[in-house]
Design a protein around this ligand. Structure first.
Ligand SMILES: NC(=O)c1ccc[n+]([C@@H]2O[C@H](COP(=O)([O-])OP(=O)(O)OC[C@H]3O[C@@H](n4cnc5c(N)ncnc54)[C@H](OP(=O)(O)O)[C@@H]3O)[C@@H](O)[C@H]2O)c1
Length: 206
């Protein structure tokens, strides 16, 4: 996996673009105009970027994905799609999908021929820059869920290469738990005024 198209160039898109680029991946920033990120990265419209990439990272609001991806679905066939989204309302409260699905699984239904992998949704954009990765000697955990083992291994390697501690949490359906973790993260950060410098470290004892 060499070339990664990033859909969305907001808080998450900008940080992932820098991390991927610094780790040696070829980054294409995709936006409606095709101009986002120009000067710093390759920038294209969605269709051009998807066609030129091996993997596509979703860094846009979950609620816009159906409209955005439905016309692009056939171009995403066979590609790895990294779902970084969280199902949120505009006020960051959880968009409840029930207990039997997740944003990632819904995206999988929308893109049946793509290899959807959930990753990076539990990491606040504010702590994505490298200087925030070291937490008293431990790295921030990047939880990764997906059904396609080869695609998931690529994203576990990507997570490691950009400086996180990757952890395979199993099938795509485990995204239900990862999305709930993100809701908890937001609740502590915003609801409890804990702030967005917080990060999950999963310590596996022996
Ligand atoms: N912020 C975090 O800490 C964090 C952490 C993990 C995961 N996430 C998830 O990552 C995703 C991106 O979050 P973010 O904080 O980066 O959001 P953001 O800063 O608001 O950026 C969203 C991006 O999506 C684009 N966008 C908005 N509406 C769109 C539409 N209708 N069609 C196409 N593109 C549209 C925006 O482009 P324009 O500016 O041109 O509209 C912008 O580039 C969300 O799903 C969020 O839940 C966020």
């Amino acid at each position: 996996m060499k070339t990664i198209a990033i859909l969305g160039f907001g808080n998450v898109g900008q940080n992932l673009a820098k991390l991927f680029n610094d780790a040696g991946y070829r980054v294409i920033v995709c936006s409606k105009s095709g101009d986002a990120g120009k000067g710093e990265y390759l920038s294209m419209n969605y269709l051009e970027g998807i066609n030129a990439a091996d993997a596509v990272a979703l860094a846009v609001p979950y609620q816009v994905l159906t409209e955005l991806l439905a016309p692009l679905a056939k171009h995403l066939a066979g590609k790895t799609v990294i779902d970084c989204t969280n199902p949120l309302n505009d006020d960051w409260s959880p968009l409840l999908l029930g207990q039997e699905t997740s944003a990632a699984e819904q995206i999988g239904k929308l893109l049946p021929d793509a290899k959807v992998i959930k990753a990076f949704n539990t990491i606040f954009a504010d702590v994505m820059p490298k200087k925030h990765h070291d937490r008293e000697g431990k790295k921030i955990t990047a939880f990764v869920a997906g059904d396609d083992l080869s695609a998931k291994n690529n994203i576990l390697a990507l997570a490691k290469n950009i400086g996180f501690a990757p952890l395979d949490v199993g099938p795509l359906s485990a995204a239900r738990y990862l999305e709930a973790m993100a809701h908890l993260n937001i609740q502590i950060a915003v609801g409890q005024q804990g702030g967005t410098q917080a990060a999950f470290i999963y310590h596996q004892g022996n």
